[in-house]
Structure formats: C-alpha cells, structure tokens
Design a protein around this ligand. Sequence first.
Ligand code: R5P
Length: 277
Amino acid sequence: MHVIPGPASPVLSERVATELNLPLAKVTYGTFPDGELYVKVERDIEDAVIIQSIRSSNDIVYLMLLFDALSNSRITAVVPYMGYARQDRVFSEGEAVSIRAIAEFLEAHAEKVISVNLHSREAASHFKNLVEIDAMPKIGERYKGQDVVMVSPDRGSVERVKVAARVAGCEYDYLEKVRIDAETVEIQPKNIDVEGKRVVIVDDIISTGGTIARAAETLEASYVEAACVHAVLAANALNRLYSSGVRKVTATDTIEQPVSEISVADLIANAISDVLM
Ligand code: R5P
C-alpha cells in the first residue's frame, strides 16, 4: 500500500505516511504552457491511498488525472477538505448540487472516501461510502487547561463547538443577534458574559473571514482569537480578521496554510487503518 501525495496536501500526506509507516509514492505534477495539468505516478501500485484536498477546481482535475494514472489500483480517496460542499442542495431552481457531482465523481473511482468535517449533514448524505472524521477534539486539545471561553458564531454550529470545549475543559456559548433599537443589531453571546475574558471563536471553515470578523468586532472580550478546521482563507481573509481585532488564527492542516498548527494526520491514519488494515 502506498500513500499518493496530492499536490494540495503534500505535508499532510507525508505525516500520514509516517504515522502508518507506509511508503510515499513518487508522483510528478506539472502544468503545460496553456495551463493544462500533468500527472505521472512513478510505478505500478496495487493499493493507493490518495490524499488530496479540494480547495480549487484544479485540485479536482489533479484527482481526475490521479484516478486515471492509478486505474489499475485499488483506490482510497482521502479528501481532508471537501470543497464544493456548501452547495449541498438546490437553493434556486436550475442550480447544480455541486457536492452531489463531487460525490459521484469520487465514488466512481475510489472504493472508500475519507474526509474531515464536511460542511453539513446534507453534504455528507450525497456519499454512499464516506468515512467522516471530526477534528473538533483536536482543536479542543490545543486549548486544554487554558482559561478560555469557546464561542460558536451561530446557534447552528454550537454542537461542533461543544465537542471542542469538552476536550478543552472550558465553557462554551454561541452568538446571537440582539436588537438594541430600530437601527442597531448587536451580536452577543447567548448565555455567558465574556467581558474581559479570552474568547476563542470556533468554526468549521474560515473562508472570507466575514463571519468571524463580524463577531470579533462586537464582542467585549479582552482577547479574541479564532480557530477552525478548514482555513480556506479566500481573498484577504487574514487581514480582515486581524483588522477586526482577532489576535491569532489557528487551523488544522486539512488545508495547508501558515496558520495550520494542528495536524489531523493521526486521525486520518486511524481512519485508514480502520477501513483498510
Ligand atoms: C457557515 O455555515 C460556515 O460554518 C462558516 O461560518 C462559513 O463558511 C464561514 O465563511 P466566511 O469566513 O466567508 O464568513
């Protein structure tokens, strides 16, 4: 069995291979002058565990080419960050359900698909053979023993934050909109007074940073930081967060970013062992 490092997840692939004591396959990735992509896998591989997040459309093309290069292998696809999962239903008539198309594509080539914190139950429901890992305990471990309050940016995500807070051994809450008067709506924690406290806003994804920046601007905490599983960090997200008063951003390595200080390699290695070994 070989780990096939996808171009979006080279560091995580190496960490998972080390955890499992498996060899990393030698793969060459390239781009032709016209922008077309190129993949070459150096040897015949019987069992292939491809590790490749989907953060961009090119990441999907790379997966497509890897599936072709490995068409004689038994394939497990580990997609740590499953992009396109936010379009998980038809919001307006005629729209593609993007994650359904991705699920069909992955499952047409891989016997098993392993991913981390899919955006929603709805998104996960489009897969037939998905193993989903929860990375929230890893975020909890990072804050274990620290004097923090974990806050979810909305009520819908509070269950996720509860898992992290239990492991950290800290209090948790969620933010809700409170109407102060006809013109003013404030975002406040539902139950806990965070004035003067150290708050960690925890979310599954930080994309534009808008959700967390809005929350940070209105919280009266003495110190606000943010933690997430998937640091998409579109456009100017980090600057936007720091300008809103967020002092630190911490994420896992499902997407490899400078803020990816928490590794999910051991969780992925365990999932691969459970499924394949
Ligand atoms: C929303 O449902 C998600 O849990 C995140 O809160 C959202 O994707 C964050 O996006 P952004 O950083 O663009 O506000």
